[in-house]
Design a protein around this ligand. Sequence first.
Ligand code: ARG
Length: 626
Amino acid sequence: MSAYAQKVIDGLGPLPTHPNADPLRNPLDAFRLAIASQLSKGLELPLETVYEAVQTTSKLADFSVAFPRFKLKGKPNEHAERLAKEFKPDGYIAEAIVAGPFIHYKVDSSALTKLTLSTITDLSRGESSKELSGNAGSKGSIKSAYGHNASGSGKSMIIEFSSPNIAKPFHAGHLRSTIIGAFLANLYEANGWYVERWNYLGDWGKQFGLLAVGWDTNGDEAKLLEDPVTHLYEVYVAVNKAAEEDKTIHDKARDYFKRMEDGDPTALALWQKFRDLSIKKYEETYARLNIRFDVYSGESQVKKEYIQNALNQIKASDFVEKAENGAVLIDLTKYKLEKTVVERQDGTPLYITRDIGEAKQRWDRFVEQRGQGFDKMIYVVATQQDLHLAQFFKVLELMGHQWAQPSEGRLQHINFGMVLGMSSRKGTAVFLEHILDETKENMHNVMRQNDAKYAQVEDPEKTADVVGQSAVKIQDMAGKRINNYTFDWARMLSFEGDTGPFLQYNHVRLCSVERKNALEGLKLSEQVNPEEMATHLLSEPKARELIMHLASWPDVVRQALRDQQPSTIVSFAFRVTRTVSQAWEFLLVKGQEKDLALVRLWLYRCARDVLAAAMELLTLEPLQRM
Ligand code: ARG
């Protein structure tokens, strides 16, 4: 809550309350309440009914209300006309313009400026998301709390994303899952949820028997320690090749994996080592991406009893079928989900069986650790696995788990389209680290093209890395999730257009305007007191436009939760940056009279804070200099 915002509201006049309105965090809510209050009186309708009718979609003004939705006696046009006539400007709303069955409202500019900039100033410093959600366990990674809300307070979730397979390439599907999943985790936290980030590794199965056999002939301890992810893949490729010639290798692999399944400590020790080293390496790479996990789970971590219980229950059910060869399968054709095998003829479980067991295991773990199950569990997996996810959700439902019933809305598959043309020079197999290295190198080359600027960059390596990753992430999140896109180096690394580098560049520029002016003696204090700022001087249309964008940030965070599209946040970030880059021309700081210069600096700082918050929500690391 913003104390300054409270003062502004006290000065403007009392507002009614509404459960969805939080005017001390979301400035636009104050204006919605003010409009709703007038409407409610004029139409003699409850505030609840009219509040939701106040929409921000107007091109003509700031808010619009469509009268037909009230289903009043008489013509909507006449009601609109009467209310527009009766309208009296209050501190919040300056003007009401009637247009047929609509009224368009213009917000009072002075109120908008004061309320928005005060709220940003108050909330961007100090207050944390943890305080907001009351979810002390959630290790929120977002620093700015302006934009956050408490709608998810008390709710908890698991979000599973990335989930690569040990000893196999980290393909584009994993990359997208990583980027989108990390974003969604931040988004739910920003909306007040308790969030656990889970990585469900492909870390079990016959391929680990194969890997162990290959290790004897091709393993290199030093290489393993140096880069486990790449080396295990090399060993894996080599052993698969060898197995084409030597058929006994597959038998050996099967035996080895059998020993692992039976819990043989020697067989498990090697696998454990591969797993631990791989996770350590993944963690480093994720850290480079500004991404982390709370739990490294995986196919190996599904307890035998959970798999067995699930299978027993399935076998006793009326939806089970036995194949001629003895395999156990479930017929989901009446749900248009085909048939799915849950137990092979040799009695071993499959990918889907583990997912079924794991889901229940996660539920129980939540109940045990937190006293209740999760309100949501999201799986961020490429659209290639749509059928798999739908099948295993359906099986959980048929098994009768209350939490898996679609009506509960807890289980959700977040899918996404393909990345076209992503390959690495180093071969067709792609590893996350190689992608990041290559991005960094390419970004570094782009930066070098501008000699003068490049000479001023303090740490070009680090800068190239951070900006390069912003490029990859923004390219990934700029479109609707379900769309495919083409991995386009030139486009994504450009400082122009809707790119990650453009966002970084604008953030840096917003940081540097303060630094430069401070050097020339014009210093905005760290703790701005909004009451001392000459807000009436921010009267230009460009200033208002920018402030309106900044005021809409809390709405954008709510909207993104509804549509679960990273592009909702990306588009917002570009609206802000485009407006800021136009504003430099109109809202000069240099050479202006002190009060005006300071209040403009303050506006730029608020823009910087909001832009940084949007970038952080998208998992970007906003740079101070570059
Ligand atoms: N490791 C799997 C793959 O690479 C993705 C795992 C998706 N999550 C799940 N619970 N099945 O294809």
